[in-house]
Each structure stands twice: as C-alpha cells, then as structure tokens.
Design a protein around this ligand. Structure first.
Ligand code: NOJ
Length: 550
C-alpha cells in the first residue's frame, strides 16, 4: 500500500465515550452530549485521539442503558437533542476528530413504535418485522435458545398468543432482518446519520442479526463454555450455532457497506462490528470475501487471554496470520462490557498495556477512563443498575461504567458539585486518580498516554509499519519490531518495542539489531542511546527504541 492509501480509521486512534458517564452538564447525574462538546479539547489537545465512538444516546427506556432503542433517529432528552448532536459533529470535525455512532440493528426496545405495532395483532403490517413463533405442543417456547442475559430467548405474548425472540432482555425484541422492509428501514437510519455527518458506525452484536431460518435447537455443550472465553452462566450450556451468525448475515453487510461507500467519496466512512466470535476463520468472514463487508470486526482476543507475554504474543501472531490480504487489524483492551484494564492487570501492568495497545499494527480503541487507570468500582446492591447482574450473578457491568474522574472536586468534576446522586457511584480514589491531578504529575499514566498518542501521530511506522515478533527473548517479555519505508540510510524506519510483563527486571539481547535510541519508557524517566545487545527492562517496563541499523 502506498502512504496515501491509508485511511483515517487505519492510522488513527478511536476513543470510546460512554455518554452516561463522561460529563453531566445539566445536573441530572447522567452524562450528556453537551458534556462531550465541552471536553473536545481534552480529546483533541490533552490526549489526542482521532475519533470518538459514542455509545447509544437515542431515545430509550434505558432497560439496557440505551441498547434498547425506541427511536433510531433522535436523541434522548437526557442526553440532549439533534441540535447539540449536530454541534458536536461540527466542532469535532473542526478539530479533525471523527464521530462514530452506535448502530443497534439486532433489536429495538419493546417500546419502539415498530414493536408496539407488530405486537398489536397477528395481522399487523409490521408483525413480520420481529421474530414471532408458535409454542411447541406443550406450550413451551419454540426452541431451546437462551438469551445472552439468561433464561429462554423467547417471551410469550398473552395477547396474540405467540412467542417473540429476544436474544438479550425481553425488553429488546429481535428484528427480523429477513424481511426486506426491516432492512430498508434500518438502512434509512444509516443514511439519516451519514447525512448528519457521522464518520461511521460501531455495529452492536453485528453477528446476531441473522439466525437459522428453521429455528433449529442449539446443540447442548456438555462442557459448558469450552467454546467461549469467559463464564456467562446459562448461556454457556449450548453451542450457539443456530441463534446467531447464520451465513446470510454476509449479504446484509455487503449491502450495508455499499450504503456507507456511497457516502465515502468526500470523506471515507467506517464500520466496525461487535463480533464476539473467537474462531478466526469465522471471524475474518466479516471483512467480506472481497473486503466488501465491515471495515473491521472488533478484535476482542486480548480481553480473553491472561496478562502473559507468550499468551499475548500468540494472540497477536494468530491474528496477523489469520488476516486476509489487505484486511486491517484492530485491538481492544476495554469497553463498557468488560472489567477495567487496570483491574484486570493491575495499575503497573496497565502502563505496559497502554504501550502494547498503541504500538501494535492496527487501529486501537481506548475506553474512557482507562487512560487514568480507573478501576472497577464495587457497586452496593442498592445502587446496581445493570440488568445483567439482576439476572446472572457476577455479570454486572456497572463497575466499569462509573463516572469519568476529571478533578478532585466534589463529583469529580463529572457533574456540578451540588448534584446529590450520580447515576452510578464514583470510585473512591477520584481525589487522586483524575485528569487534573495526573496532568500535574509528569510521570502519571495520563502523561504516558499523551506521550504514546503524540508519538504515534508523529511516527508513520507505528501507524502502518509491518509487525514482526522477535524470538530468543526472556519468556516474560514480548518484543516486536515495526518496520516501514523511512528516512534511515537503508531507506527503512524501524522501531523495536520491548515489553516486560513481569515484576522482575529482565535482560534482553537483540544483538543483531545494533544500537538504538530509546525514545519512550513506560516509566517516562529515560531516553537516549541504548545497547540492544544488553538491555535491561525494569519490572513492568515497556520501551520503544528507534533502531538505525540491522
Ligand atoms: C452489546 C453491547 O455492547 C452491550 O452493552 C449490550 O448490552 C448488548 N450488546 C445488547 O445490545
């Protein structure tokens, strides 16, 4: 690829804003879109990032905090209105920050007018917009499918005496994408946001939208969860081969891509699918046989491997090996459904994780607050919000969704100081772990993110260079090289990234790479010439070395 063929979403860094928790300007205790507008300088100047992905802000009864959409083409008054949304896009674009919105195609809210109409009678013109089925002879649900949130995926409707499918909450009925009217309506939604200037979509549970047309039972998994990477209660008792991921899904994403492409002349738009599939062969299919489906399925592999140099290297190498020619990689270390990165790995390792995420080949997506080392917050039972915890013990996602910690002021600068109760409690450490305090500390985690982000911006080799892991290093280290055409005497630019995953010092020796100049340490306290034949990494230290000769 020539330099000019790289697109903004390939070279850039995406930052996920969970609007409920980013900044509350109205005093409701819930974040809003004005809050995002107010913090554009933070995203642009302090960090800086290239695009934000906004989790849903659409009108919603909030049974699943916005992933139950009651109107796809408006803004919930809690978050603002279309006017502030337009302002956000305009102001973000002035700063060259792209805006990616969440598209929730698999299900609506049960209060969406489409579902209300569908459920009104078997003869309704929208009956077939959702997935309705007859009970079995004994009255039980049509098949054994289980909702991700636990229990049968079918809900009995007393009034019309049929079951409807809900892969998530019963308040989130699944749309029937086999009905061409549904497809048209959803593509109209896509056009609506593209016309308002959005730069792309994060597609919620993208693989779910097509299921087995014959509603066959899922096979039982006797080992409960052998095929998946984290315990999900009841859901683990089956192989989910019929309730999601039917191969007809690919026709839909080919068409979806055409809609996006028809808006991409003046500015390329992007689609990123939330695809929880851990079989690479199946996963890469979402790029499309001719790279004509989603631009990227999210790569969640690193969330599911232990913090161990070999395991992480294997995850990266296996992705690199699985990618079809031209398919662009990406990495995720946190989001609104996962335990916080600093909780999973610890605060020291979180620095190494930041370097990993921002130096691998592919688009990184950061989750708000991870740049501060925000950790999971224990939520007292009477403050819990997530419907998942109410159904399945320990599955609650509230701990990773607590308010952004901006300053040591009351309410952490997230909400006006007089607000009594925030939608979720603040972390207890907010007086020390916050943007304001970390900006004053030259070696804070936030400063490390800033340095990594600005360095990455300056270094095309990090944005687009080839990746190769080095062998012959201590087992606790993951060492790799990024290479690209560049200014050195042999016409190449090379960076060596060495990460120590352990709490002991490690000595590495990569003689063949000659001398180098250390440009960044995760400890933010050293720079300058180093001998690659004898290099010591301190406990939990990662470094980037510019290499001049091989
Ligand atoms: C995936 C989203 O990330 C999650 O938060 C949501 O609960 C489900 N999809 C259902 O929409």
């Amino acid at each position: 690829m020539t330099t000019s063929s790289y697109l903004w979403w390939q070279t850039g860094v995406i930052y996920q804003v969970y609007p409920r928790s980013f900044k509350d300007t109205t005093g409701s205790g819930v974040g809003d879109l004005w809050g995002v507008v107010e913090e554009l300088d933070y995203l642009d100047q302090t960090l800086p990032v290239d695009a934000i992905w906004l989790s849903p802000f659409y009108p919603s009864p909030m049974a699943d905090f916005g992933y139950d959409v009651a109107d796809y083409t408006d803004v919930d008054p809690l978050f603002g209105d279309l006017e502030v949304f337009d302002e956000l896009v305009e102001r973000a674009h002035q700063r060259s920050i792209g805006v990616i919105v969440d598209l929730v195609p698999n299900h609506t809210s049960d209060r969406h007018p489409w579902f209300i109409e569908s459920r009104s009678s078997r003869e309704s013109l929208k009956r077939d917009w959702y997935i309705w089925a007859e009970p079995q002879l004994d009255g039980s649900p049509p098949n054994n499918w289980i909702s991700v949130f636990g229990g049968s995926a079918w809900e009995w409707d007393e009034f019309t005496e049929q079951y409807y499918l809900h892969s998530f909450l019963k308040e989130q009925p699944d749309l029937n994408w086999r009905n061409p009217e549904v497809k048209k309506a959803m593509f109209d939604v896509v056009r609506f946001w593209l016309e308002r200037g959005v730069d792309g979509f994060r597609v919620d549970v993208a693989h779910y939208i097509m299921k087995d047309p014959h509603f066959r039972d899922n096979p039982v998994d006797p080992e409960r969860g052998r095929s998946i990477h984290r315990p999900m209660g009841d859901y683990d008792s089956q192989f989910h081969i019929h309730d999601s991921g039917h191969s007809d899904v690919h026709d839909i994403y080919r068409e979806f891509r055409q809609v996006l492409d028809s808006y991409s002349d003046e500015r390329p738009r992007v689609s990123i699918g939330e695809v929880h599939i851990f079989d690479w062969e199946e996963w890469v299919r979402y790029y499309g046989e001719n790279l004509d489906e989603l631009h990227m399925p999210f790569n969640f592999t690193l969330l599911n491997v232990p913090w161990d140099a070999r395991a992480v290297r294997d995850a990266v190498d296996s992705l690199e090996a699985a990618l079809p020619d031209g398919a662009w990689p990406n990495y995720v270390l946190g989001n609104h459904d996962e335990s916080r990165l600093a909780t999973r790995y610890g605060r020291e390792a979180a620095r190494v994780a930041a370097m990993l995420l921002l130096t691998l080949r592919g688009t990184p997506t950061l989750y708000y607050g991870d740049e501060l080392g925000m950790t999971d917050v224990d939520i007292p039972a009477d403050r819990q919000q997530d419907p998942w915890i109410l159904d399945t013990a320990k599955m609650g996602r509230d701990p990773c969704r607590t308010p952004m910690q901006w300053s040591p002021k009351p309410n952490a600068g997230f909400a006006p100081p007089h607000v009594d109760q925030l939608w979720l409690p603040l972390a207890e450490d907010y007086e020390t772990v916050n943007v304001q305090v970390q900006l004053k500390n030259p070696t804070s985690l936030l400063q490390l993110y800033r340095r990594l982000l600005t360095y990455r911006r300056r270094k095309p080799v990090l944005q687009r260079g080839a990746y190769r892991a080095l062998d012959g290093v201590p087992p606790a280290c993951f060492v790799y090289v990024r290479t690209d055409v560049g200014p050195s005497s042999d016409g190449w630019e090379r960076l060596l990234v060495a990460l120590n995953f352990s709490s002991q010092a490690q000595r590495i020796c990569v003689d063949s790479w000659g001398a180098g100049s250390l440009s960044l340490s995760t400890h933010l306290d050293r720079q300058g010439p180093v001998d690659l034949g004898d290099l010591t990494l301190r406990p939990h230290e990662g470094i980037i070395v510019e290499v001049s000769d091989r």
